[in-house]
Ligand binder design. Sequence first.
Ligand SMILES: NC(=O)c1ccc[n+]([C@@H]2O[C@H](COP(=O)([O-])OP(=O)(O)OC[C@H]3O[C@@H](n4cnc5c(N)ncnc54)[C@H](OP(=O)(O)O)[C@@H]3O)[C@@H](O)[C@H]2O)c1
Ligand SMILES: *[C@@H]1O[C@H](CO)[C@@H](O)[C@H](O)[C@H]1NC(C)=O
Ligand SMILES: CC(=O)N[C@H]1CO[C@H](CO)[C@@H](O)[C@@H]1O
Length: 320
Amino acid sequence: MDFCTAIEILAVAVAVIQILRLIFTDCDLQLQWAEKFGQSTGVLARKVVWITGASSGIGEYLAYELAKAGCRLILTARREEELQRVKKQCLSFGSLLDEDILVLPLDLLQFDRHRPAVEEVIARYKQIDVLVNNAGRSQRAAWEKTDLQVDREMLEINVLSVLSLTKQVLPRMLDRGQGHIVNMSSVAGKVGAPLSGSYTGAKHAIQGWFNALRMEMYSRNISVTNLCPGPVFSNLLKGSFTEKTGEVLDVEMKEGEKRMSTERCARLCAVAIANRLDEVWISQHPILLGVYLSQYMPTIGTWLLKRVGVKVVSRFREGK
Ligand SMILES: NC(=O)c1ccc[n+]([C@@H]2O[C@H](COP(=O)([O-])OP(=O)(O)OC[C@H]3O[C@@H](n4cnc5c(N)ncnc54)[C@H](OP(=O)(O)O)[C@@H]3O)[C@@H](O)[C@H]2O)c1
Ligand SMILES: *[C@@H]1O[C@H](CO)[C@@H](O)[C@H](O)[C@H]1NC(C)=O
Ligand SMILES: CC(=O)N[C@H]1CO[C@H](CO)[C@@H](O)[C@@H]1O
């Protein structure tokens, strides 16, 4: 067998392995690799991690995952009772003491409270190792019917509040010469998600802001991670925006919908944080495949998604 044939066989073998890995995964291949062979979440032990939106859904389960890893935690959201419930559950895993978890209720739309909140955290822990910007609201709406005011409010909660809190925390990280900003985006931050126009716009915006930040921070030892989950069980639809100003969707996610469990999503998020990955995609197929397609073969991806996107999303939402 000559050298060229050997190379060809090797190339085909690698391609087959990659395709097999892709078929049997619920996240992108780099994250899949990190989960099996990368740093365990144990490397995060004793790190000070601030999670916004920790009272419910992905943020809540990420708190559990990180409590098990031994992180010191700051839990933020508006509902204090819910945060206390999450704290109690975190303590039940046994690796943390009461003083290792700070419940810090905060409405992220009150921008003037961001600085005092950061000061409170620094007074308690002297440092912030990881900030997880997770709090956010989703949307279900037809683009042409959406009030401009809804777009505005979407940008306030899903973009500007994130930028504001990050700007308050970043100087503290730069002072210490280390830190990690983690932002909860969505596959809607990668691909246009039909019938969620303002949400897609907000997630794309934050994605751009943080991609720029990552470049500026590389030489200064600050990592930036964008987490992009697809559909995950949570209470997200209860607080979702619609087309109309002031209206909330108030829908429960139903068992049997093709969504990832909250635990699994949180577990993969924790692996991404432990391994300081730049960007991860967390979803089952066919959505994961759609993201791969639109990223690596954008012409074909757009051609296809344009034709089937609305239908697929509508059917998904009807629980079929
Ligand atoms: N579930 C999915 O399918 C999915 C997919 C991709 C991305 N995501 C993203 O994941 C993140 C978490 O969502 P989730 O699915 O876990 O939904 P969730 O269960 O509704 O959690 C949202 C969290 O955000 C908090 N929050 C909302 N408004 C806030 C405000 N003004 N100030 C402070 N906290 C606020 C909520 O707490 P309070 O109500 O107590 O304030 C809650 O803890 C969001 O950024 C979402 O876009 C979710
Ligand atoms: C960079 O950050 C890592 C972890 O966040 C830390 O261990 C390391 O000491 C930092 N390096 C420098 C040069 O400050
Ligand atoms: C891309 C991205 O990371 N965006 C999200 C950052 O975190 C906030 C939650 O505080 C989300 O709502 C953003 O959309």
